[in-house]
Design a protein around this ligand. Structure first.
Ligand code: ZN
Length: 256
């Protein structure tokens, strides 16, 4: 008898397998990254007909295969239709998927918090404004859940406690992942200037729930700088570039 396994997963990406099949990479609540074959998906009359496209979240039943599992059933839970109507929101959604793909692992039984964070953020992304604030919140929550929270309480190098009342330029070391005081900035590995308003925005967002974002209205330039610095840190931590960030920049440049 074929062994089957049920799980909830969102499709992150797929690639072709032979003439009719595709291998789909899911991020699942129960097992982290899971790869499985969708048989016959490339046939014109396929029973899958778009239901396993990227960003579709489904209740899955997989059959254990010798090398790869095979998808037996997929019942759509969320399709995020409004994301697909807005190129910028869709690209942000794909950026979240790429972050998950880069930072999560296969056979990870502790992926439920990250899965819930992803689904809740994608649901909010369908209508939340400003999008950049929501994405910055996700980036900070992701880093927290992965154990890469930026260290802001004290200087990475000399432990001098961060003092919001003291004047002066603040730096953030995007390799070390923390605040660097003015005296230590010359020895930091990759220091970038980070305005105090941006540090305070990070601090506010780190511990807020999604519902608490409603009503926040930080200045757009503060969000932009805070996001750019954090993304440099994310790319350093990921040890690779992120394709969706390049696409996002192109879309935002074209729109400005
Ligand atoms: Zn220092």
């Amino acid at each position: 008898m074929t062994k089957t396994n049920k799980m909830t997963g969102i499709s992150l990406k797929s690639h072709s397998l032979g003439e009719f099949d595709r291998i789909i990479t899911f991020f699942t609540r129960e097992h982290g990254l899971v790869r499985a074959v969708a048989k016959g998906i490339k046939k014109g009359n396929s029973r899958w007909s778009g239901r396993l496209d990227t960003l579709f979240c489904s209740q899955l039943t997989l059959a254990k295969g010798r090398n790869l599992d095979v998808i037996l059933h997929a019942d759509t839970l969320y399709a995020f239709p409004r994301l697909r109507l807005d190129l910028e929101r869709l690209t942000h959604g794909l950026y979240l998927l790429e972050l998950i793909l880069v930072f999560s692992a296969e056979d990870d039984p502790h992926s439920n918090d990250l899965f819930d964070l992803l689904i809740a953020t994608l649901q909010a992304l369908e209508e939340f404004t400003p999008v950049s604030l929501l994405i910055l919140w996700f980036e900070l929550r992701l880093l927290y859940q992965l154990g890469y929270t930026p260290q802001l309480e004290a200087c990475l190098y000399c432990n001098l406690v961060y003092d919001s009342a003291s004047p002066g330029v603040r730096h953030f070391d995007t390799i070390g992942g923390g605040y660097v005081c003015t005296s230590c900035s010359s020895q930091a590995r990759q220091p970038v200037k980070l305005p105090q308003l941006c540090i305070e925005l990070w601090q506010q967002l780190m511990w807020r729930s999604l519902g608490d974002l409603v009503g926040m209205s930080p200045a757009a330039p503060t969000v932009t700088v805070a996001q750019n610095v954090l993304r440099n840190y994310i790319v350093q931590t990921a040890e690779q570039g992120l394709k969706s960030l390049t696409t996002l920049k192109a879309i935002q440049t074209a729109a400005s």
